[in-house]
Ligand binder design. Sequence first.
Ligand code: NAD
Length: 345
Amino acid sequence: MRILVTGGAGYIGSVLVPKLLARGHQVRVLDRMFWGLPHYAEEPGVELVNADVRRIPEGAFDGVDAVDHLAGFSNDPTSEYSPDANWQMNAVATRTIARLCRETGVRRLVFGSSCSLYDGLDAAHLLDEQVSVHPRGAYATSKHYSETALLEEAASGDFEPVILRQATVFGPSPRMRFDLVVNSFVKDALVRQRLILHGGGRMYRPLISVNDLADAHVACLEAPPELVAGETFNAVQENYQVRDLAEVVAAALVRLGKPVALEDGPLPSIVRNYRCSGDKLRERLGLDFATTPAIAVARLVEVYERIPVEQLGHPKYYNIAWMELLESVRPAYQAMQNIFEPIEE
Ligand SMILES: NC(=O)c1ccc[n+]([C@@H]2O[C@H](COP(=O)([O-])OP(=O)(O)OC[C@H]3O[C@@H](n4cnc5c(N)ncnc54)[C@H](O)[C@@H]3O)[C@@H](O)[C@H]2O)c1
């Protein structure tokens, strides 16, 4: 297939795209390239379209057989930074993409939604895809709108969206993020030799490794319609209480000769606490999410040790810090544009 991957240069996309290429697919990546060109840019079978999902260029859907939609703001802080931009790229653009799919005859679209839709529900219960959600905040609200838009567009019968409500992702990717709980714990342990448990670490978080999640995307893109068309799946390896997770990470680091202390800290401004079941996806597609956080720690340590320690705090690894930096240099960048270009005589 020729697969259009929006946001394919990001953390998840940088693991997904090489898997698609390895399976013989052609991949067209439509991305703003916020973090620069992806590592696979020169691979055969890859086409890069540097564009915004809010202004999809003509021809972007030409020859496309399936879409994987990952582009947009990808966490609460960036969505809250500009709720209007968030709404346009995380909600409105998804409906536009669904309509473009229908106009151009693309049946299959896999959407990177989020388990944050379950925010506010009782963590005493293991939540499945049937439960009624009442998302709060710009990010989760826009993901919910997108899900609804995709399912509405599917009512015609010639469109097969698959919604993946992704847990918080962990593990190494060529485009690394340190603002995700496991990745950030490992980084903090290496830099400061301590992990802070905000609010005592009592909150539950569903998690999945980036490698297992990318496999789930591939499976959903390739599955026969009777298994996935119009379906919503939680993509979850396991739910972890943050305190237990910190202990898992600390134990794995001690085994690598890197001791770390756990300390209690204040409650964070955004508290998320829910548990959800990944059984439906696992059973329907025969997936085995085998990578636990304990397994990922050793791989993360290898990645981090290749980065100079003073670089571990670089804004490029933290979406909100990078967004704020880009915004702060925008006037200077605009002032400098074309300054070194020769003037035509
Ligand atoms: N990483 C997680 O833990 C997680 C969990 C649940 C859901 N998700 C969702 O999965 C998707 C991918 O997440 P990620 O961790 O790879 O994020 P990421 O921020 O690393 O990647 C997002 C990519 O989208 C691109 N992008 C952003 N806005 C764009 C726009 N307007 N037009 C075109 N491209 C744009 C960026 O350049 C980037 O390459 C996101 O939709 C996110 O909301 C991620």
